[in-house]
Write a protein that binds this ligand. Structure first.
Ligand code: DI6
Ligand code: FE
Length: 418
């Protein structure tokens, strides 16, 4: 695995590809004899080999050998930067405790807050970098990273700074999301209103001023923040010109999705308990539904998100790891693709669009990521797979053969490199 600076340039003609340049939720249309031309790290041209314009003829050639090629994957919901781990809670849940019970017993998010506050920025960078590398090796080229385990200005800043450093160090697109309203920190017990005021008036404006915030999220839930508190945070985000997203209707229907849609949310995430009203509001607002099967699986949830209603309404569905130490210690986006099909009954094209085009849209990156787009930085993956359905079918494989990220060649599977 190569990090940011030293990786070789991907410039040249990538030919003999079976090219899936724009994964659509309806069908995965593969172009045989596909070509991607990369110049100065960007996609200069893409299409059929027989149509390749002669002006590119002198560029170096990279033989795809008939490999399936897709856009780089996008993991649009993660809590990647945190201290410690919570394997003890896994055992508690196996013994019968619910997520809410674990949280009420002083575990849960707040225990990760302690470990995150105790960690230095460099320690957080080192532990997050290891996790990021695992995701990147599978073909992730853009990732969202949330704060929300600091819950105090200096510690939220530390998390977001680590996210920015990861982007530079690994040459990967990172979108940062401020999730100061993730849980009530222990020092604010019984003073939720005061904490939210601090989030809106102090933390968010300061971090936004420092250029650390690309979007704002809230955990709207009975064990977290109310609808009213959520709206206060959204208003503060709006005043700063920042887009919002929401952890909505994961454990109960809080009517959060409709509120988020009113604020033009990029996405509503989890949404197991999403109502018909919420779906209609999301449809009207163009809000993406982000499905998180890793959390559903870990919590042994039984309430499946309303997939067929979302499909019928034409709400774009994305799929993500929700990587976090409590409810989704998942470091494989392709496993989430498989689970989205098996547990949520997504079709294969829906699940693949869910980690490419629709995931990009959930981050406001649809004009640069999630498809192979002329004029944008080259982010694509060549796979050791025949059929695009294999992206959803296998689990536990590392099928990426070659990864081009930000115009550079990041890995070449040693069995394929010659
Ligand atoms: N929903 C989740 O699934 C995670 N955060 C959230 O708002 C859980 C975070 C944790 O348990 O640490
Ligand atoms: Fe989450």
């Amino acid at each position: 695995m190569q990090s940011g600076s030293g990786a070789p340039s991907a410039d040249g003609i990538w030919h003999s590809l079976r090219l899936l340049s724009h994964p659509g939720a309806e069908a995965l249309d593969v172009l045989d004899d596909g070509v991607i031309v990369v110049q100065d790290g960007s996609v200069a041209w893409t299409g059929l080999g027989s149509d390749l314009p002669s002006r590119y003829a002198a560029l170096p050639r990279h033989d795809g050998g008939g490999a399936l090629a897709t856009p780089g994957l996008v993991d649009c919901h993660t809590h990647l930067v945190y201290g410690g781990q919570r394997a003890n809670e896994f055992a508690m849940r196996l013994a019968g405790a619910s997520y809410e019970e674990v949280a009420r017993a002083g575990g849960g998010i707040v225990s990760t807050v302690r470990a995150t506050r105790d960690a230095s920025e460099d320690e957080l960078f080192a532990s997050s970098a290891r996790r990021l590398q695992t995701l990147l090796a599978e073909g992730v080229c853009a990732i969202e990273v949330k704060s929300g385990y600091g819950l105090a200005l200096e510690h939220e800043r530390k998390q977001l700074r680590v996210a920015r450093r990861l982007a530079d160090a690994f040459g990967v697109t990172v979108k940062t999301t401020f999730l100061g309203a993730h849980a009530l920190p222990p020092e604010y017990t019984g003073r939720s209103a005061e904490y939210i005021r601090m989030v809106c008036e102090i933390m968010l404006p300061a971090l936004a001023r420092e250029g650390l915030v690309d979007a704002v999220d809230v955990f709207c839930e009975k064990i977290a923040f109310s609808l009213d508190e959520t709206e206060q945070v959204f208003r503060a985000a709006q005043a700063l010109g920042l887009p919002v997203k929401l952890h909505a209707e994961q454990l109960s229907d809080m009517d959060g999705a409709a509120l988020a849609a009113r604020y033009g949310a990029l996405s509503c995430d989890h949404i197991e308990h999403l109502s018909a009203k919420g779906i209609e509001a999301m449809r009207q607002a163009g809000t993406v539904a982000v499905l998180l099967p890793g959390a559903f699986y870990t919590l042994r949830d039984t309430q499946v998100p309303p997939i067929s209603a979302l499909r019928q309404a034409g709400v774009p569905m994305a799929v993500s790891t929700d990587h976090n130490p409590g409810t989704s210690p998942a470091l494989s986006l392709l496993l989430m693709v498989n689970m989205a099909c098996t547990l949520f009954r997504l079709t294969v094209p829906e699940a693949v669009a869910g980690v490419t085009q629709h995931a990009a849209r959930a981050l406001g990156l649809q004009h640069s990521h999630g498809a192979i787009i002329v004029g944008q930085a080259a982010n694509f993956v060549l796979w050791n797979l025949q059929d695009p359905a294999e992206l959803a079918y296998w689990f536990g494989q590392r099928p990426a053969r070659t990864i081009v990220r930000q115009g550079k060649i990041r890995i070449i599977d040693s069995t394929e490199a010659s």
